[in-house]
Ligand binder design. Sequence first.
Ligand code: PMP
Length: 343
Amino acid sequence: MKNIQAHESVLELIGNTPLIKLNHITSGMKGSFYAKVEAFNPGHSAKDRIALYIINEAEKQGILNPGDTIIETTSGNTGFSIAMVSILKGYKCILAVSSKSSEDKIDMLKAMGAEVHVCPAHVPADDHRSYYEVAKRIHEETPGSIYINQYFNQLNIDAHYHSTGPEIWEQTGGQITHLVACSGTGGTISGTAKYLKEQNPNIQILGIDAYGSVIQKYHETRELDKDEIYPYRIEGLGKNLIPSATDFDCIDRFMKVTDEDSAHTARELATKEGLFLGYTSGAAMQGIKQFDEEKMFTDESVVVVIFPDHGSRYMSKIYKDEWMEQQGFMDAEKEAQKPITYV
Ligand code: PMP
């Protein structure tokens, strides 16, 4: 048929996300700030990029054949993206997820046809119940399967090197001075940073880490300090081990943010910028506020922040007042008395 303007499938819509200027939440700060809003991917997160890239590479190398099984450990987003790509390419998808993942996320994975195994969040990575160990075991027991292993897969970095990095360079006309990005597997920040530093080595790469994670301390000392590890609530940010998908050499600074500040800042992104985004987007924005307090930016700074996913995945958490109260993040009576304000 002629003149039908349609995409072959949602896979064609992965990447090329918009850059959106932040106009209100940044008031009083020096510099201009732009958000790379990854919620515009069809799977609503940056993980669409790595799912498609890694599966395409595995097909090219002949290690993935029709009807095979794709296995992964995931806080939810990578799982959703792999499930989506698997459906469209005819693979079975099995996911081992952390019990810290929101119920919404787990239900979404099932809706996308994935087989989901929920594993306890607060056990060491080498415990047989951890989602790493469970995924490894399923991989060993399933013939014709591949294990994506995003924390230790170089292709995770390459996916962002070939897409997110060039997009940001082009969208800013090469004027970017600072990149701010969360670090979980480290794939997003490392791949994007690698590309941007090749274009201009002066670009400052600023990573965001969580209190309770080992990443920032490791960046400073190159040693894993187990005393840094304790439970925290932000999903997808920070780690209790050192992922090889993080290239620590291309990151200039890390900033730690709290669960509470990040939750409030995510809510602020919605009410001030009309951006309804995930917990780590709040964390990244909170990191910018803290860097601004340190006078990191000048009037000439062109700061790009990557916002990893959409707010719909956190309805039962940061966007639910009861949850915020249970965490001690919100005083119910004080909130109720607040007048509605228009910014
Ligand atoms: N935010 C969210 C919501 C995530 O799921 C992840 C992935 N763990 C990240 C940020 C961090 O991205 P990366 O793994 O590429 O460091």
